[in-house]
Design a protein around this ligand. Structure first.
Ligand SMILES: O=P(O)(O)OC[C@H]1O[C@H](O[C@H]2O[C@H](CO)[C@@H](O)[C@H](O)[C@H]2O)[C@H](O)[C@@H](O)[C@@H]1O
Ligand code: UDP
Ligand code: MG
Length: 724
């Protein structure tokens, strides 16, 4: 039976050592509480770190067994690994960078190395566990390299990846020395999910800017595969929080708190201790509230739960001191014998007590500087059975993209935040209920179960899509068959594209000169009297002539405009005009002047706008603009607009690599054909070949007419060598 293997840095259970005994308790943090409800189903298993340093083999065995009984498999990390991988790279490099706190980020080579090593350790643990049909779902920034590591070990397995924190602008990502490795690591997945569309957009733009990979409608084309990218805002186990809030235990705790607080109204905040959560700013805003509206003195208190977190990281330790200091100062200044302005707790609470706090609070303050999602906001909403209560929510929490009925604030605007608190405290009940009802409906519908289902369904879809769209890989047995057929054949036709097929794709087209190995390979293939070798390219005939003209091969140049059989003269495919160039050239010049780095190639019967060296995103936009501009102009002419790899070409209609290649098939009557190409324009060749021909696409494409595909130019060379 196939099952799902969830992988995250932290298990939903953490183990504490007190003297000689181990206690197992639930982990804090959104990931553990969010997914905690679902992993126990259907033989699924959760792989992760249990938060404990084991001291002996026996202890390790014991922990492993205990966790296994509860569907978990531990990855044990050493103190050094926790220092360099968790506190170091994960929480001192990635966490601040991804939350726009680059001033806190450190860049240590040793931390990076530990990050690689621990990702490998997780990879081994997963591989030991995963069967070929299992789905692997990797979570979060601590394991960005894992998808690609798993992919390398199991090329066909199903891998999902979800990032729980923001994905920042590529301007921040590019600051990281290891940015390309990190992005490549994520691209090992079949589906990559984010909480919001904004994060997804930033990711796609980073991939385009830094790796030069294009996407369309969230479908990303890597050299080998199609990867889907999408937004999946995570939800909570709504019923669990609603039930907890309605439980006897929660009611009893609430009564207790009410008695202690007497008539004081409650504003609540709950977070892990983290500089991303805006805790200090929130305290200052509360102080401003008391200054601006002295009438709230003795009438409203802030209950602030701060859960200890990552206290070995310097920034966290100093934040703790800062908060202690501000709370102390405000309380000292405003408190009375009857009233404490801020009830500050630095510890975690069990679910029933959290539920009681959610119940008693009239206002929840969720005001992070940056937060991937923030589940506390959703838990507060689920706990409000009577629909009274107001959520104040930072516009920079992922949750703000969904919860538009909250009072949305900018957390750095202390004045606005203070006013929002006041507004919340005086909001008429009817308005509170209206807003709360709308948010409850949303949080109830988009819960953690629908989130999981949506992600998993989309992951199966990604897989099916890859299978149905992808051409078959040219594996060893097909290669053997190809070679056998080749050897038996008398009249063989080899149609070979140049750039991206025989030569690697170069940012400067003039630098893609043939190397010695290629020249020798073509020479030897062409020498065989049973072979007809045709280089079929979009390049101008002069370049092909200069580079390859001395070889006994045929040429199809300018996508079929110019033809040359070995030893003969160049001829035109048909009589052509090029008087249209005077009208079209100024348009291309306009796009060059608007797009630095782009340039025009002027071929005898076509004009090309190249943008491989221009800013990836700007030029992609300009390219769409240019295509529609040219298509409009060409509509009543005999011109055609062709899009290739970072090029737009305009030329006479009816001529392409396919029509030219057909001429060779008709004249030469081959009994064996291999046609290889990497580009959109090569699709015309593939489409024009008889069904038994070996059509081979280099790299991946969402849809290709070729029967087979290979990874890159190295594979092409290898295949051609086999034919010698
Ligand atoms: O494992 P820790 O270092 O103790 O940290 C706890 C978790 O914090 C982060 O939570 C995030 O995930 C939430 C659910 O998607 C989201 O609501 C929140 O905005 C994020 O900050 C972190 O991403 C987890 O990996 C940690 O385990
Ligand atoms: O004493 C506490 C306080 C909070 N939480 C939980 O910690 C999670 C915090 O998740 P959130 O997404 O708000 O932020 P994160 O900590 O993941 O950044 C929520 O589910 C809270 O219920 C907890 O388990 N114990
Ligand atoms: Mg090509």
């Amino acid at each position: 039976m196939s099952r799902t293997i969830i992988v995250s840095n932290r298990l939903p259970t953490k183990i504490l050592r007190t003297e000689n005994t181990l206690t197992f308790q639930p982990s804090e943090g959104g990931l553990a509480t969010g997914l905690g409800s679902i992993y126990r189903q259907d033989g699924n298993v959760w792989v992760g770190w249990p938060g404990l340093f084991v001291e002996s083999e026996e202890e390790e065995q014991h922990v492993r067994q205990e966790l296994e009984a509860d569907s978990m498999a531990p990855v044990f990390l050493t103190e050094a690994e926790i220092h360099d991988f968790y506190e170091g790279f994960s929480n001192s490099t990635l966490w601040p960078t991804f939350h726009y706190f680059t001033q806190f980020a450190t860049y240590e080579q040793s931390h990076w190395e530990a990050y690689v090593a621990v990702n490998e350790k997780f990879c081994q643990a997963v591989l030991e566990m995963a069967g070929p049909d299992d789905t692997i779902w990797v979570h979060d920034y601590q394991l960005l390299l894992l998808p690609e590591m798993l992919r390398r070990a199991r090329p066909d397995c199903t891998i999902g990846f979800f990032l729980h924190i923001p994905f920042p602008s590529h301007e921040l990502i590019r600051v990281l020395p290891w940015r390309n490795e990190l992005l490549q690591g994520m691209l090992g997945a079949d589906l990559i999910g984010f909480h919001t569309y904004g994060y997804m957009r930033h990711f796609l733009s980073a991939v385009s800017q830094l790796l030069g990979l294009n996407s369309q409608n969230g479908q990303l084309q890597t050299p080998t595969r199609t990867v889907l990218v999408d937004a999946f805002p995570m939800g909570i186990d709504y019923d669990r929080y609603a039930q907890a809030a309605a439980s006897e235990a929660a009611l009893a705790h609430e009564a207790e708190y009410r008695e202690a607080l007497r008539t004081t109204r409650v504003i609540l905040s709950i977070d892990r201790l983290d500089y991303t959560k805006g805790i200090a700013q929130r305290l200052r805003a509360f102080e401003v509230l008391l200054q601006r509206y002295p009438e709230w003195a003795e009438r409203v208190s802030l209950i602030m739960v701060v859960v200890p977190s990552r206290d070995q990281v310097a920034q966290y330790a100093s934040l703790k001191e800062e908060i202690d200091e501000i709370v102390g100062r405000i309380n000292a200044q405003y408190r009375t014998i009857y009233w404490t302005p801020i009830h500050y707790f630095y510890r975690s609470f069990p679910l029933e007590e959290l539920a009681a706090l959610y119940r008693i609070a009239e206002v929840a303050l969720v005001t992070p500087m940056r937060d991937g999602m923030n589940l506390v906001a959703k838990e507060f909403i689920a706990s409000k059975a009577d629909q009274r209560g107001v959520l104040i929510l930072s516009e920079r929490a992922g949750a703000a993209r969904e919860l538009s009925d909250a009072l949305i604030i900018n957390p750095t605007d202390t004045g606005q935040l203070a006013e929002a608190m006041h507004d919340a405290l005086v909001m008429p009940e009817e308005e509170q209920m209206q807003r709360m009802a709308a948010m409850q409906a949303l949080v109830q519908q988009y819960n953690v179960f629908s989130w999981t289902k949506l992600f998993m369904d989309r992951l199966s879809y990604a897989k099916i899509k890859q299978l149905t769209l992808a051409t078959e890989t040219l594996d060893t047995s097909t290669t053997t068959q190809l070679v056998t057929e080749y050897q038996a054949a008398e009249r063989r036709l080899l149609l070979l594209d140049y750039d991206g097929t025989l030569a690697g794709f170069n940012t400067n087209p003039q630098r893609a000169r043939p190397d010695e190995e290629m020249l020798l390979l073509l020479q030897r293939l062409a020498e065989n009297p049973r072979n007809r070798v045709v280089v079929i390219s979009g390049r101008d005939r002069t370049t092909l002539q200069n580079w390859l003209g001395h070889l006994p091969i045929d040429f199809i140049a300018e996508h079929g405009v110019w033809l040359r059989r070995a030893g003969e003269e160049w001829t035109l495919f048909q009589t052509l005009r090029n008087d249209w160039k005077t009208e079209i050239r100024p348009i291309l010049e306009l796009y060059v002047s608007r797009t630095a780095g782009s340039f025009i190639e002027d071929k005898e019967y076509s004009l090309v706008w190249h943008y491989r060296r221009a800013d990836a995103e700007l030029s992609a936009m300009r390219a769409r603009e240019l295509v529609s501009h040219l298509t409009f102009l060409a509509s009543n002419t005999d011109l055609q607009v062709m899009e290739g790899n970072k090029v737009i070409e305009i030329k006479n209609a009816g001529i392409n690599k396919g029509t030219a290649a057909s001429r060779w098939v008709a004249e030469y009557e081959p009994d064996f054909i291999v046609a290889i190409g990497d580009d959109r324009t090569d699709e015309d060749t593939f489409g024009a070949m008889p069904p038994e021909a070996y059509t081979i696409k280099v790299g991946s494409a969402p849809r290709s007419l070729a029967r087979f595909h290979v990874r890159g130019t190295t594979d092409v060379r290898q295949l051609l060598r086999k034919l010698l």
